[in-house]
Design a protein around this ligand. Structure first.
Ligand code: NAD
Length: 367
């Protein structure tokens, strides 16, 4: 007997199969890859349409079908990561035997690069809105029951709104509910919730519209996208975070992850640039974390301080950075993440390069 052993490459397309019982229809996706995690799988079930995207390095495998019959609203997703198998279970609305799973829709059964795919949007419900600064709110958006989606650390989503016939789209990086893991989420906010910290600009058409959303109203939210990967933290001993204004948002999840899940990090330092004290987002939480977590330290720098401010002042500069990222990092692998207004990020990267940090040691969050 000749056994042809097929070599699995990163480019090997997954395949799918389906089966049914009287009550349940199950779709199985065989990714042919190991270590599939929950955030690699994005599923949307709406009425009788199923869209399941599996992200494998830079490729996505898409199932996109109009199902033969309507199913119940929710879907359960099971991932057997070690064997690369994904199971989607849908509940039938009656005991009809299905002859086929459904009819193919656009790009069904395709395996293409993420960057060549259209961003998919689903309607999310605003379930909470809380002030966190005079001009910034924490919006809690709830995913529909038929959606399975987790935003990877450092990635962003887009919100879409049509204003006077013009479709406007803006990127936002989800944050954790709080920096303190022990803080329980509000009862209505479950793992189906995505938290967005949004600064409301009075003259900004988009943010004013978001601000006027009432609890219970819907807004379109896209699939996640972004250029950060948790694996960039592998082997890192010193993590430096440089954030300006709402550029803090990608740092929030990263910081929480670094503190709670990465024991190999010896030092985590955040330098947070703002105009005034009132603009500092989650100041109390950051100070508390600084007190509680030995490895973490935060420094606030204000560009428009009031007279009483005794902390650091000014904008991003070479002396500020060389002082902050001091030479104790010699011989150990640092990662420096930066995010804020584009001029801030560009200047910061130039200063870091002047200080001798390489491309691999600097990560700029961009949209
Ligand atoms: P802001 O205008 O209140 O400024 C905050 C601080 O940034 C200032 O105190 C100053 O220190 C610094 N700064 C501002 N302009 C600067 C300049 N021209 N040169 C050097 N430093 C400067 O900030 P904001 O209104 O909160 O805006 C935050 C920005 O971050 C937005 O532009 C947003 O698009 C960006 N952002 C990007 C991402 C991402 O790329 N993933 C995520 C979140 C926010």
């Amino acid at each position: 007997q000749i056994c042809l052993k097929k070599k699995l490459s990163k480019d090997t397309p997954p395949r799918y199969d389906w089966f049914q019982t009287e009550l349940v229809v199950t779709v199985v996706i065989y990714t042919k890859q190991k270590d599939i995690v929950s955030e690699s799988v994005i599923v949307d079930l709406e009425d009788d349409q199923l869209r399941a995207e599996t992200r494998l390095t830079e490729y996505s495998y898409l199932l996109h079908l109009k199902l033969s019959y309507k199913v119940q609203e929710d879907i359960s997703v099971h991932i057997a990561g070690k064997v690369g198998k994904i199971e989607l279970n849908m509940k039938k609305t009656d005991r009809t035997t299905w002859n086929e799973l459904g009819r193919p829709l656009k790009a069904h059964n395709s395996f293409t690069k993420h960057k060549d795919q259209d961003l998919f949007y689903r309607k999310c419900k605003l379930v909470a809105k809380n002030d966190i600064a005079y001009n910034t709110k924490l919006f809690c958006l709830q995913l529909p029951l038929g959606t399975h989606l987790q935003v990877p650390i450092g990635q962003h989503v887009y919100l879409k709104h049509t204003i006077e016939g013009i479709e406007l789209v803006r990127p936002y990086t989800p944050v954790c509910h709080s920096l303190q893991p022990e803080l329980q989420e509000a009862t209505q906010c479950t793992s189906r919730c995505i938290y967005l910290m949004i600064k409301i600009y009075p003259a900004g058409a988009f943010t004013s519209k978001i601000d006027s959303l009432q609890i219970g109203e819907d807004i379109d939210m896209s699939n996640p996208t972004g250029n950060f990967n948790k694996s960039q933290l592998q082997g890192v001993k010193h993590l430096f975070l440089l954030a300006a204004g709402t550029g803090f948002t990608p740092m929030a999840n990263l910081l929480r992850y670094a503190v709670n899940n990465n024991s190999s990090l010896r030092k985590i330092k955040l330098m947070f640039f703002n105009r005034t004290e009132n603009d500092i987002l989650w100041r109390d939480q950051l100070k508390q974390l600084d007190l509680k977590e030995q490895r973490f330290a935060v420094e606030f720098v204000l560009s428009e301080p009031t007279e009483g401010w005794i902390g650091k002042q000014g904008k991003i500069s070479l002396p500020l950075l060389s002082d902050f990222i001091n030479t104790s990092t010699e011989g150990s692998k640092p990662l420096i993440c930066i995010c804020g207004p584009s001029m801030f990020t560009e200047q910061g990267i130039r200063f870091l390069q002047t200080l001798g940090y390489s491309e691999q040691e600097i990560h700029a969050f961009t949209e």
